[in-house]
Write a protein that binds this ligand. Structure first.
Ligand SMILES: NC(=O)c1ccc[n+]([C@@H]2O[C@H](COP(=O)([O-])OP(=O)(O)OC[C@H]3O[C@@H](n4cnc5c(N)ncnc54)[C@H](OP(=O)(O)O)[C@@H]3O)[C@@H](O)[C@H]2O)c1
Length: 266
């Protein structure tokens, strides 16, 4: 009988986390979304009484504090596992290499803002809002969903030079996770930065430019993992991530691991 809160649960990996966790009827799954009316999560909740949809925007401290209060009312003030999965990026600069950023403070800040707000500030506010519940939970686990793109060795080997703001914000997330692990160790709370692998979360048919981008990434990623053929599906990513979360203990707290439970990011 475990309780989970997952941010960004309207789609993608977080939605699949809700789906797999909800399949165990004794789990209580709190799906935190910006829009509680969003179709996929509301239809999942309509067939799973153990899924509770809570409104919460991780970039708005008041909103995420209200989500934590609503969660506490459902779970009697306790939570076993918090998974911070929300992510946003500025798509207009996602393909930029570092040298392409302009000498324009407002434009540069705007390029970094969505990534920093969700990964770094959102990670802080969500964790701090849910911490009183985690302290009373049995498992005492906090997981921030990161990316192998934030790993220095992976960047060096793959030669991926774009996705600057995204990767920098997730690298910040990884350090922040280590700081939380150091602070919360005396309370028995374990904190992990977890990369889900390269996962196909695109909804609907992919436009030609997306396919082109994915083919470029595949070639870069094959420099790290020559056997790689394609993205994995959310089902596989989440199944493996949940195993890593199950195995999270004091020894692994503060680490940055992949869905494989190590530093193989693909
Ligand atoms: N897919 C991959 O290959 C991959 C690889 C490495 C790491 N990751 C990481 O895995 C996580 C999930 O990835 P994904 O591909 O499933 O992402 P996705 O499909 O883009 O979903 C992102 C989620 O974040 C939510 N979100 C955005 N801004 C938010 C905010 N301010 N407050 C609350 N929720 C917000 C979105 O909700 P709305 O519906 O409200 O916009 C959406 O549910 C992300 O952290 C991503 O960086 C993914």
């Amino acid at each position: 009988m475990s309780s989970y809160a997952i941010t960004g649960a309207s789609k993608g990996i977080a939605l699949e986390l809700v789906r797999q966790l909800a399949a165990t009827p004794t789990n209580t799954v709190l799906a935190i979304v910006r829009n509680p009316e969003s179709h996929a999560i509301s239809s999942l909740a309509s067939t799973h009484p153990n899924v509770h949809i809570l409104k919460g925007d991780v970039t708005d401290p008041q909103s995420i504090l209200e989500a934590a209060s609503a969660a506490a009312r459902i779970t009697d003030g306790k939570l076993d596992v918090l998974i911070h999965c929300s992510n946003a990026v500025d798509m207009s600069t996602m393909a930029y290499n570092p040298t392409q950023f302009p000498f324009d403070p407002a434009a540069t800040r705007a390029a970094f803002e969505p990534s920093l707000s969700t990964a770094v500030y959102g990670g802080l506010w969500t964790t701090n809002a849910f911490l009183p519940l985690i302290e009373k939970g049995a498992q005492k686990k906090i997981v921030h969903i990161s990316t192998g793109m934030a790993d220095l060795d992976f960047t060096r080997k793959s030669g991926v030079s774009y996705g600057v703001a995204y990767s920098v914000a997730k690298a910040g997330m990884n350090v922040q996770v280590a700081k939380y692990a150091a602070e919360l160790e005396p309370k028995g709370i374990k904190v992990l930065a977890l990369s889900p692998g390269w996962v196909d979360t695109w909804e609907g048919e992919k436009p030609p430019q997306v396919i082109e981008g994915l083919n470029k990434m595949l070639k870069e990623f094959q420099k790290v993992e020559p056997e790689l053929k394609e993205q994995i599906q959310p089902e596989e990513s989440v199944r493996k991530c949940l195993q890593v979360i199950d195995q999270l203990d004091a020894e692994r707290s503060g680490l940055f691991l992949s869905h494989n439970g190590n530093t193989n990011w693909l």
